[in-house]
Design a protein around this ligand. Sequence first.
Ligand SMILES: Nc1ncnc2c1ncn2[C@@H]1O[C@H](COP(=O)(O)OP(=O)(O)OP(=O)(O)O)[C@@H](O)[C@H]1O
Ligand SMILES: [Mg+2]
Length: 494
Amino acid sequence: MSLHVRFNGIVKDFGPVRVLHGVSFDLEPGHVYGLLGENGAGKSTLMKILSGYEQASGGELAVASSPCRFKDSREAEAAGIVLIHQEFNLAEDLTVAQNVFLGRELHTLGWLDDTAMRAATREALAEVGLHIAADTPVRDLIVAEKQLVEIAKALSRHARLLVMDEPTATLTPSETERLFGLIRRLREQGTTIVYISHKLDEVERITDEVLVMRDGRFVTRAPTSTLTRQQMANLMVGRELVDMFPPREPVADAPPLLRVRGLSVPGWAHDVAFDVRPGEVLGFAGLVGAGRTELFEGLLGLRPRSGGEVELAGRPVRFDNPRQAASMGLTYLSEDRKGKGLHLRLSLSDNLTLMDLDRHARPWLDLASERRALDQAIAGHGIRTRDPEAPASSLSGGNQQKLAIAKVLQPDPRVVVLDEPTRGVDVGAKRDIYFLIQRLAAEGRGVVVVSSELIELIGLCHRVVVMRGGRVSATLDADHLTEEELIAHATGTH
Ligand SMILES: Nc1ncnc2c1ncn2[C@@H]1O[C@H](COP(=O)(O)OP(=O)(O)OP(=O)(O)O)[C@@H](O)[C@H]1O
Ligand SMILES: [Mg+2]
C-alpha cells in the first residue's frame, strides 16, 4: 500500500527557460509534507512531473524504487499518484459526476453506467461535505464548490500519494477543517500527502515536515515542529521579512468617492449601504456565501441588481459591465481569476490592456505603447516571467494573480475593488501587495478589499464592513479591531 518516491536531479525546461535545476529529495509513505516556496519557485511544475501532467527534461523519478516516467496523468494514476490542481482542471461543460469519472467511466454491458457513477459521486461529495446534485453542470458552481469537486474527484481515485496544490485557497474555515480531517484519515491509511500552500498557519497545523524550494532548486527540509512560521517565511524568500503591513495613513475628511445606498442583488445581497472616501481602504469581511462577491458583481453589472443608488465622485452612475465601469473610473479584481479575471490563452500584454484599449489605440493599436505598459507592470508588480509574449497560462499561480492586479490598475481607476487580492501569492509578494494597496490609497484613490483573511483586513484597512446573510451586520473601525470581533459579527454571535 505504501509508496516511496525519489526525485533525483529533476530538470525542467520550458523552451529556452530552465525552471527546475536538478531537484532531489525523497518522500516517505504516510507523511504529510508541506511544499513551500515563493511564487514561481517551481512547486506546481515539480508536482505536475510527478503526476504525469508534465515531462521532466532531465533527471530521474523513482516510485517504489523503480525509475518511472509517466506519459500522462492516467499512467501516474495507475501508479497511485493523483494531483489536485491549483488551477482547476474541470471540464466546465460536463456535470459534476462526469468530471469525477472523466477518463475512467464505469460501464455495464458496454453501456455507460450513469446510475453507478452518480451514486459514487454522491458518496465522494458527501465525504468533502458538498451538498449539490451529481448532475449539476460544473459551469454553474462557485469557485469554492469547484475546489471541493476537484478534491472529491481526487479522493474517488484512491490515491496512495495525493498532491494538493493550494487546496484551501477558496475554502471556508469549516470546509478547511473537514479537509484536514480527511488528510489525517488518509495519512493513517498510509497515504502520502504533499500539501502546497502559502497559508503558513495551515502548513504548521497539518504537515509533519516541510520541504522548501527556491528558484527551481530544493533548499532544505525540516520537521514542521522545529520551525516557527516566521522561520518558514524566511526560508522561502531567503531573507528576513519584517513589517508585513505598511503604516496606515489617516483618511482626509472628504466627500466619498464611492457612495452606495440600498443596493440589492436578488438572492445574495439586500439593502447594502457603504461609502469609500479618497485615501481610504475599506474592507469587506464575512463568511463565504455572505454575499460580498455577489454584491460587487451586482454593482459591476455582472449580476442582476434591484434598486439602490450608486454615486461615483458625486455623480449618479449605473454600470452595465466592468468595461463601462472602468471607463468611468472604477475597476474590479474578480476572486475568480481563471474564470473572470484573466484570459489565460492570451498574452500578458493583451490581458493587461484589455480593459483599457482606448489608451493604446490611436486609432489603431499602438504596440509600442502596449509593450511599455507591460514592461512597467512586470517591473512594478514583480511579475516573474522571461517571455512577455507567452500566454498568461505559462505564469505560476501567484504571478497570474499579480498580472490580474496589474490589469485592474491599468485604466488608472479612482476606485478599485480587490476581491481576495492575495489569494495564492507568497508571503513576500503578499507584503508587496499590502504596500501597493497603501500606496493606491495614499494617492487619493478609494480601495475596497474583500478578503477571507481577517489578519489582512485588520492590518490593512481603515474600516471593515462585515456582511452576514446578504446584509451589512456592522461597519467597524479597524483600530483595535480583533479577529474575534470580526468573527462574532460575521456569524451573528456577538
Ligand atoms: N507551461 C509553461 N510554459 C512556460 N513557463 C512555465 C509553464 N509553466 C510554468 N512555467 C514557469 O515555471 C516557473 C515555475 O512555475 P510553477 O507554476 O511551478 O511555480 P509555483 O512554485 O507553483 O508558484 P506559485 O506559488 O505561484 O503557484 C515559473 O517561472 C513559470 O512561469
Ligand atoms: Mg503553483
